[in-house]
Design a protein around this ligand. Structure first.
Ligand code: BGC
Ligand code: ZN
Length: 367
């Protein structure tokens, strides 16, 4: 069967690879789930893997099948599988366990080992192919009523984790009732984070470069957030209007903005960084001032990567609630379909060149 793969270490090596169709007996104890892939989303991670900035092939292979945002339909299950059955729509988590205590308790996203295993990203093949097989543990059911949001499940799990981590960490405050949040960036993670925070009752300001009217502004407004173009209003100017935010989630992919946000957080607040910045840019920051404000204000900076099964389930619940509250809004994120694995070059072109492509995904097969 066909798969879209790269040769890690070689820039711009994306190509079609012929691989073997997986089978249930690759998974021990009758716990396997065979999934027929319907759609796969791609993001900046896939672009940067193709730029050879990171990404490694599984041991013994020279290619890495990419794609970590999966959506498919269960084709067959092992005899001990309980959670899903043939015909169910599903997605799959990305990270697989290493050997740390966090991996052993199902929180692979929090591994304390330097080496991590991620399907489609690092040391494990991804989902941009026709079928994949995995253990039931890593397969998450997608409700029938959410199938039109297909490839958003994985990005949503990252947004759900980022916000959940902030609330978990803020238990240090005994009482924490955040009112104002800034979401930096209106890409898929920024928009989905806007939803998660609106559902928690916060006043949300989503900051991005582009001036309204545009699609991102329309989606933010549809979620009842406030879109702010940083071309018109800087973060500092916004603070003058709203007061310092209790929570900032950075999803810009810009380390400069991630650091800049440190000057604007409110007392006892928390910043969550979610951007994966593959470059090595340097910035100058007002270090004394940040250090001072940070200490005097008991502020917290948190990094959040990936997501485990629990976060997928939280994210799916929030997507369902989001569809009830703001019908039809979330689907607008899904801007750029590409038909068929054969069109991998167009897929990569959209990721590299089309700045308006909010979400690129591949229609792999019909239901
Ligand atoms: C993926 C995460 C992954 C991270 C780091 C992101 O694009 O969505 O699942 O952990 O990249 O590799
Ligand atoms: Zn991703």
């Amino acid at each position: 069967m066909k798969a879209v793969a790269v040769t890690p270490g070689t820039p711009d090596s994306v190509h079609l690879e012929e691989i073997e169709k997986p089978s249930l007996d690759q998974i021990p104890d009758g716990m396997g789930v065979l999934v027929r892939v319907l759609k796969v989303g791609v993001d900046a991670t896939d672009r940067e893997i193709n730029e050879a900035l990171y990404g490694n092939a599984p041991e013994g292979d020279s290619h890495l099948v990419i794609g970590h945002e999966s959506f498919g339909i269960v084709e067959a299950v092992g005899e001990n599988v309980k959670r899903v059955k043939p015909g169910d729509f599903v997605t799959a988590t990305v990270r697989r366990p290493g050997g740390s205590i966090y991996d052993l308790i199902g929180t692979n996203d929090m591994t304390s080992e330097e080496e991590y295993y991620e399907r489609g990203i690092n040391l494990r093949h991804g989902y941009l192919t026709e079928y994949f097989v995995d253990e039931e543990e890593y397969i998450v059911r997608v409700p029938q009523g959410l199938k039109h949001l297909h490839v958003l499940m994985e990005p949503m799990s990252c947004a759900a984790k980022a916000v959940h981590q902030a609330y978990e960490a803020q238990q240090r405050m005994k009482v924490w009732r955040p009112k104002v949040a800034y979401v930096l960036g209106a890409g898929q993670i920024g928009l989905l984070t806007t939803l998660v925070l609106k559902l928690r009752g916060l006043e949300v300001f989503t900051l991005a470069r582009g001036q309204a009217p545009n699609l991102k502004a329309e989606i933010v407004a549809g979620l009842e957030g406030t879109y702010v173009s940083t071309r018109e209003t800087s973060m500092g100017e916004l603070v003058k209007k709203t007061g310092k935010p209790d929570l900032i989630v950075d999803a810009t992919g810009s380390s400069r903005l991630a650091f800049e946000s440190m000057q604007h957080l409110g007392l006892n607040g928390v910043i969550v960084w979610t951007g994966i910045t593959g470059g090595d840019s340097k910035v100058e920051v007002p270090a004394d001032n940040i250090n001072l404000q940070w200490v005097l204000g008991n502020k917290l900076l948190l990094g959040s990567v990936n997501a485990n099964r629990t976060h997928f389930e939280m994210g799916i619940r929030d997507l369902a609630l989001g569809e009830m509250m703001f019908p039809g809004v979330l689907g607008k994120i899904l801007t750029n379909p590409v038909d068929g694995l054969d069109n991998y070059a167009e897929m990569m072109r959209l990721l590299v060149e089309d700045k308006d492509a909010l979400k690129v995904y591949v229609n792999v097969a019909e239901e």
